[in-house]
Design a protein around this ligand. Sequence first.
Ligand code: ADP
Ligand code: TYD
Length: 203
Amino acid sequence: MFITFEGIDGSGKSTQIKLLADALEVDGRDVVRTREPGGSDGAEAIRRLLVEGDPGRWSAETEILLFTAARRDHLERLIEPSLADGKIVLSDRFADSTRIYQGAARGELRDIVDRLHALMIKREPDLTIVIDMDPDAALARGLARGSGEDRFEEFGAAFQHKLRAGFQALAKAEPDRVKLVDGDRDVEAVAADILAIVKAHLP
Ligand code: ADP
Ligand code: TYD
């Protein structure tokens, strides 16, 4: 089973993935935790080009190519082999991030994103958890980390509001696959909702 986590920057995805992985492992499941951009050596190298530096470093079109190149490497080397081994793969972001960050929030590039996905990626997650929350609160959480990986955070609050709306629209368009969880609560409450959704989907 392939489960992805999506949402705006600082919404709590990595915190929740770790808690979910721990809960599934206690249950005796074999879990692989990964992230995008990244998750394989080649994709991690591409990640550094994407998340560091000036917001204007790449055009949206170039970003689509770089994210897709990173995703293809991640898919070939980690995701597909792990799924073939019967593992549960939990990924912090996947193709929906490109659909929303590059395809919706920064110009009408969704068609290019979809065509490139159909050519090079093809795979969709079995389940996608979108952690939905107020962008101003999430931005404050994210910048407080001081990770140096804040190129996308630096696009500012208006951008994050567009992203939130994009993820909400995605959940509406694909209600069977994409589940919205309210992230503006304490960590344990969010984790309990996510675990219930995932357990309902596990074979
Ligand atoms: P993301 O992976 O979506 O960017 P993180 O899990 O790294 O988000 O969380 C961003 C920051 O907010 C971290 O410092 C984390 O400890 C904190 N955080 C995560 N979830 C919550 C929550 N429910 N309430 C308050 N702070 C949180
Ligand atoms: P991530 O490390 O998940 O950031 P955060 O922890 O702040 O949520 O992802 C890095 C940045 O890359 C993030 O701002 C979202 C962006 N991104 C895209 O724009 N398109 C994509 O396809 C992906 C996977 C990420």
